[in-house]
Design a binder for this molecule. Structure first.
Ligand code: PMV
Length: 361
C-alpha cells in the first residue's frame, strides 16, 4: 500500500534556473459526498465524483531560482491582477506540502490564475484551483527529478491537491474519480483520488451537468467548518457507513447503466449532505427557497415526462441538474422554460463530464 512517505521527494538536483508551466484543472461534482474529515485531510468516508469539463481554473506557474532563506516567496495574480486575499491560503498550502516538495523554498513563484466560470458564481473554485496549482508544482518536480512515472506524477498531484482542499484530489485525472478507501474499489486510497476502475455503461458517457446559479453570495458557513461539525455529530457513524454502502451501490449502477437507481442514490446523497448540516450543532441551512422550488420542479417534470433527470447539491444553494446526453434537448428546454426564473439573474452554466487536468504549455 502507498503511504505518505512515498510522496517525499528525496533525490533531486536544482537543475533549473527559471521557467514556467501552465495547466488547467476542472471542477468536479460529487455523487457520493465527502463530508467530515480526520487530521491531515483524511476523509471520514469515501466519495465519488464526475469530473467536469467547462468549469475550470487555468494556472500559470512561473519560477525563478532564489537563495533558500527558509521562506516561501510567491506573488499571486488573479486574472492578471495581484490578489492579496488569496495569499494566506497559498501560504498554508505551501506549508502543508513542503515536507513532500522540499524544493519550494529554492524558488520564487508567480502564480497567475483565472477561472472559466464567473467570479463569485457560488461555484467553489478551491477544487479546480488547488488541482491546477498542485499539478503545476508536479511539473517542476518532474524537471528536478525526471525519473518519476506518469502514474506517480498524477498520484502525487492528487495527493498534493488534497492537502490544499480535499475534493481537489478528484480533479486531476479521469472522468469518474473515487477518493477514500473502499473495500470494492481496487487501488482506492484516503491519500489521493483514483480513476473509477470499472468500465462505465454507455448511459453514463457524456453525462450532462447544468449548474443553476441560485445564490452567488458568500457561503455563511465554510466547508472547513462544516467538516468539523461532523465531529461528535449524532448521526456521523451512520452517515459514514451509508456512504460506503452508497458507493458500492453506485459502482454497480455505473457498470450496469441503471439510471433510475443512479437517480435515487444521487438525490439521497445530496439531501443527506444538507441534512447533516441541518442536524449539526450549531445547525445551518445552505439551501435557499429557490433551491427547493427547483427540486420540486425537477421531480414534477420527471414524473410527468419520465425523463431521467435528477439533481445534486454541493455545499451551497446552487443546483446541479444531471441528465444523460440523450435527453439533452428536452432537459435544456425544460430548464429554459421552468427553472431559469429561479436562478440569480437567470444565470446557469452548461457542463458535462470531462477528463481532468490539461497541460496548456
Ligand atoms: O473539498 P472541500 O473541503 O471544499 O469539501 C467539499 C465537500 C462537498 O463539496 C460538499 C462534497 C464533495 O464531496 O465534494
Amino acid at each position: 500500500m502507498i503511504s505518505e512517505k512515498d510522496f517525499i521527494l528525496n533525490n533531486y538536483t536544482l537543475s533549473v534556473e527559471n521557467g514556467s508551466f501552465q495547466w488547467s484543472a476542472p471542477s468536479n461534482i460529487a455523487l457520493v459526498k465527502y463530508w467530515g474529515k480526520k487530521d491531515h485531510q483524511i476523509p471520514a468516508n469515501p466519495s465519488i465524483s464526475f469530473t467536469l469539463n467547462n468549469c475550470k481554473t487555468i494556472t500559470k506557474l512561473t519560477f525563478e531560482k532564489k537563495i533558500n532563506d527558509g521562506k516561501f516567496s510567491f506573488d499571486l495574480l488573479f486574472e492578471g491582477q495581484p490578489k492579496e486575499d488569496f495569499k494566506p491560503k497559498i501560504q498554508k498550502f505551501f506549508e502543508r506540502i513542503f515536507e513532500y516538495c522540499p524544493f519550494l523554498k529554492d524558488f520564487h513563484f508567480t502564480i497567475d490564475t483565472q477561472n472559466t466560470f464567473p467570479h463569485s458564481s457560488g461555484i467553489a473554485s478551491s477544487a479546480s484551483g488547488m488541482a491546477a496549482l498542485a499539478i503545476n508544482i508536479m511539473s517542476l518536480e518532474k524537471v528536478l527529478n525526471p525519473t518519476i512515472s506518469e502514474d506517480y506524477f498524477n498520484q502525487k498531484a492528487s495527493f498534493l491537491a488534497r492537502l490544499g482542499s480535499g475534493s481537489a484530489c478528484r480533479s486531476i485525472k479521469g472522468n469518474i474519480v473515487v477518493w477514500g478507501n473502499h473495500a470494492e474499489i481496487s487501488g482506492s486510497s484516503d491519500l489521493f483520488g483514483v480513476e473509477f476502475p470499472s468500465s462505465v455503461h454507455e448511459n453514463f458517457k457524456n453525462y450532462q451537468d447544468t449548474i443553476l446559479l441560485v445564490d452567488k453570495g458568500e457561503k455563511q458557513v465554510s466547508s472547513t467548518v462544516g467538516h468539523d461539525l461532523m465531529f461528535g455529530h449524532p448521526f456521523a457513524e451512520q452517515r459514514f457507513s451509508q456512504a460506503h454502502h452508497n458507493l458500492s451501490a453506485i459502482k454497480n449502477v455505473l457498470e450496469n447503466g441503471d439510471v433510475e437507481h443512479f437517480i435515487k442514490i444521487v438525490e439521497s446523497e445530496a439531501l443527506t449532505l444538507h441534512a447533516m448540516m441541518m442536524t449539526s450543532m450549531p445547525y445551518f441551512i445552505l439551501m435557499k427557497p429557490n433551491t427547493l422550488e427547483i427540486i420540486n420542479k425537477i421531480w414534477k417534470f420527471r414524473n410527468n415526462t419520465q425523463t431521467s433527470v435528477c439533481f445534486t447539491l454541493d455545499a451551497g444553494a446552487n443546483v446541479h441538474v444531471l441528465y444523460p446526453e440523450s435527453t439533452k434537448e428536452k432537459v435544456l428546454q425544460f430548464i429554459k422554460n421552468e427553472l431559469v426564473g429561479y436562478c440569480q439573474n437567470g444565470q446557469y452554466i452548461c457542463d458535462e463530464i470531462g477528463n481532468g487536468a490539461v497541460n496548456c504549455n
